[in-house]
Design a protein around this ligand. Structure first.
Ligand SMILES: *Cc1c(COP(=O)(O)O)cnc(C)c1O
Length: 354
């Protein structure tokens, strides 16, 4: 018997998206790092990304990158290493994103111990205010990194549209390009990777205006949902419905739409507010805030209303639906990046790849 709740994943749709987008990137001489963190580093997704044409696999967690080794492509750690995991990073990761000289020194020392050369991408903050050194510190950092015997400065990169929501532009990516030219000229070295951001840089790429030195993008969301993330536009030819959630009805009853009695705090310490629609048919589903924030879910049956959720119960108003739902029936939901991230992180949610 099928087990619920479950996330259904159409691997062929994802592979098709990967093929289309890696091909587009290749036409602009851009290599793709496939980022599967929204799937908690699932090996099935990583494999499909490799089959679809990504050159590298990226993840923020070393334990996932360790698993990816069997797929035979270089791994990129897309979050800066912690001091407490330097040994594992050198052991299992080919390239790591970095922004702290203290950590890079530790990586150098450990790489020497393990007799390895560890590659790094130096991250530069061009306004989004998440990771990266400031442009005025580039000289200082480069001069400290270059003499390190067991560290290879593989390239530089930027991350945008994450914390600050800053959109990739000719200005900020142009600045990354200028910094790369300056480094190569000043220190007579070649940077193999100029990594121009994530799925939010695809809009510039598709308009053919991405600065020409950008030769690498780290893509996650666009490969799964077929959407660029600067403006949220659907990408032509891509699938947007590769994932779906199914959950099971465990109670179905007609009840008042306003709770009866004095209203105090709910399960999460908040005073809830209710819309009085009179007596309504309500369904309780066996899934809750422990698995996914209910405000991130969208029902496939447009006539259902999501009323709310507690830790393990999701409550729907099904009065207006054309379907005759019964206890034990399955309700389907569309997912976005946040809901998928939450669901794949819950050990209670089954993942079905097909
Ligand atoms: C998550 C992440 C990505 C991928 O971002 P998407 O928006 O999913 O394409 C790329 N780079 C870094 C550093 C990230 O943390």
């Amino acid at each position: 018997m099928a087990e619920y709740p479950r996330v259904l994943v159409d691997l062929n749709k994802i592979k098709e998206n990967v093929k289309i987008l890696t091909k587009k990137c290749r036409e602009s001489n851009i290599d793709v790092v496939g980022v599967g963190k929204v799937f908690s580093g699932s090996i099935e997704i990583a494999r499909v990304m490799v089959e679809g044409g990504v050159k590298y696999l990226g993840d923020s967690r070393v334990e996932n990158l360790k698993e990816f080794k069997s797929l035979g492509v270089p791994s990129v750690m897309i979050r800066m290493p912690m001091k407490t995991q330097i040994k594992e990073v050198i052991e299992h990761v080919d390239i790591s994103l970095n922004s702290e000289i203290y950590i890079i020194e530790l990586l150098n020392r450990e790489a020497k111990k393990q007799d390895k050369i560890h590659k790094i991408i130096l991250m530069i903050d061009l306004g989004d205010l998440r990771e990266g050194i400031l442009p005025e510190d580039v000289k200082n950092y480069i001069e400290k990194i270059i003499p390190m015997e067991n560290i290879k400065l593989e390239g530089i990169g930027v991350n945008l549209s994450c914390y600050g929501g800053i959109i990739p532009s000719l200005e900020n990516l142009g600045q990354l390009e200028e910094i790369s030219i300056w480094i190569e000229k000043n220190y007579n070295i070649k940077l193999n990777i100029i990594s121009g951001g994530n799925s939010s840089s695809l809009d510039l790429l598709l308009k053919n205006t991405i600065p020409s030195r950008i030769n690498n993008l780290r893509l996650g969301e666009s490969l799964i949902f077929g959407r660029e993330t600067a403006y949220g536009k659907d990408l032509e030819g891509c699938f947007h419905d590769s994932v779906r959630l199914e959950a099971e009805i465990i109670e179905l009853k007609e009840k008042e739409s306003c709770p009866v009695g004095e209203i105090g705090f709910n399960a999460f310490g908040k005073k809830p507010i209710f819309v009085d629609r009179g007596i309504r048919k309500r369904a309780i589903l066996a899934i809750g805030e422990q698995d996914v924030d209910h405000s991130d879910l969208r029902v496939v049956d447009k006539n259902l209303i999501i009323l709310g959720a507690s830790s393990d119960h999701l409550i729907l108003d099904i009065t207006d639906s054309m379907e005759k739902y019964r206890v034990g029936d399955i309700v389907k939901f569309k997912l976005d990046y946040s809901s998928l991230l939450e669901l794949t992180t819950s050990p209670y949610v089954k993942k079905i790849f097909y």
